[in-house]
Unconditional design. Sequence first.
Length: 123
Amino acid sequence: MSTSNWLMLAGQAGNAAPSGGGELTPMLLMMAALFLLFYFIILRPQKREQQRLEQMRNAVKKGDRVVTIGGIHGTVVAVDTTNNIVTVQVDRNVKIDFSKAAIATVIPKEEARAEEEAKKSSS
């Protein structure tokens, strides 16, 4: 191709209509809507659940029946609030120290009583 052809092609490319760069506002509104949706569907419920678990773990006291994240069931025999350690009695003469964060659930008193009655009746 000769130089004149290159110049002619370059001139035509410069006169082409703009390709619709569009505005930034609709895209920003869509991103904001997606962020709000993400916040209300994922982040907010997760934060509530975390607060509920923290309250439950802080309310653990001696005599409570607990289940750990490892699936170990036992009764709390001591709570060390300074180090966040809970001593759980799993069986007679078997006590295990756990971090409070390792407690998955605290079994309500009614369920614990029903559980112990079932053990007694099956023995």
